[in-house]
Ligand binder design. Sequence first.
Ligand SMILES: Cc1ncc(COP(=O)(O)O)c(C=O)c1O
Length: 483
Amino acid sequence: MYLPLDGRGPLHGQLVRSLKDAVMTGRLPSGLRFPPTRLLAQQLGVSRNTVLAAYEQLRAEGFMQARVGSGSYVAMPGAPVQPRSEPPQRVAPQSAYARRLRRYHDHAHMPGRRVPGALHSFQYGVPFTNPLLTSAWARALSHAAVYTQPHYPTAQGLPALRVAVCEYLSLRRGVHARPEDIVIVTGTQQAVSLTARVVLDEGDEVVIEEPQYFAVREALQIHGARLLPVPVDGEGLCTDLLPERPPRLICVTPSHQFPTGALMSLARRRALLDYACRHDCWIFEDDYDGEFRYDAQPHAALCGLDDSRRVIYTGTFSKVLFPSLRLGYIVAPPGLRDDLISAKWVDDFGSPAIEQAALAHFLADGGFERHLRRTAKTLKQRRDALLGSLRRLAGDAVDIDDSHAGMHLVVWLRDRNVAQGEAFIAFAQSRGLGLYSILPYYFEPPARAGLLLGFGAMSVAEIEEAARVFAVCLGEMDWGSVG
Ligand SMILES: Cc1ncc(COP(=O)(O)O)c(C=O)c1O
């Protein structure tokens, strides 16, 4: 912490003035924890008694609040004090990249955020977690913290994790990769950024599914790619609609099309690989939750069929574990491997080593397998509860795309247009129910009103209650008032 001392009077008084200034100007915001006295004394090169005396005075003046057992926190006595100066006005975008950032990304309005005030929320992207996973992960982490070297990790990823990922992929996803082909990344999002840097120049064309996952779409747009949306149907990407002029890259979610849930048929998979081979383009396969299929064994990934090594396969631990982990992997085609590793090094020198080591251990010792089996069982119960309740309570008003997989469903409001759908979402929100529109996942809005309902983090009881509220809202909505 930077705390300038003004050299006037006793040291503890100088420290009090400096800390108060930091609080009043917002550099030390309310609620932040003050550093422990011993640490601050060491950092400033003063005695601990000086810091203790300063803290005592801050407490007396109301700038500090002690919480039993957890330290002392910044408090703002009286009315909130304005920072001394206004935050700087945003300048004009300083680069073409910044221009695209502002054009394509709006941080304040990201799709899928929790609806404020909602009692029940069908929010997508919230993970399924359980206390068993939390304690197993805590053990793995603290163990890894002890034996992990403090040096920079290798940019490609810890060898032990790459070996464990290969075993998992071979067993579960039909992908037979070698540890040297794996690049550990911070998730699909980094995988798509690195891929874009390595295979795309600004203005290059990229085929993307319509509808599609908005975050991958934004990453490509912001990179400067020209996107060519190609529709999907019940068999996945419509390969007969691929453009005549070949793109550089084709992005697909073949195991569980996002968001429709379609499983890409074998014929389409072969057609796609054949097209990529004939036209010399790359395929980015986003296998984000192919693991969780409830009707049958999970289907093998597209990458497993790829003899010509054109598929850049990406998996993530965001769904099978939890997204705050920020770990995933690329199975790099041999021709791109070194470029991808270099791009990863330039980006961040490598992903955090303790988390990688803990994950390698978790994968290797069977804890992960146990977690997967438990999770798949629970998610199936939740999906069945949502499907069953919606069909029972609202079956004549909705059409449901049942994908037999994953942690979300797409639900269409029968005979309702997009404007009515958006009005219904607002109405449900006023009744404490969080619903999510399908619109952000389309380039061109669909003809009817659709919802993307995530159920991963809701218990069966909560799902049933939320479905009941959903049905009540459907019945009470004044549809005639919306065009
Ligand atoms: C289609 C799709 N791909 C990938 C991801 C995961 O991205 P990441 O690995 O960056 O967390 C998600 C998460 O919601 C997703 O919906």
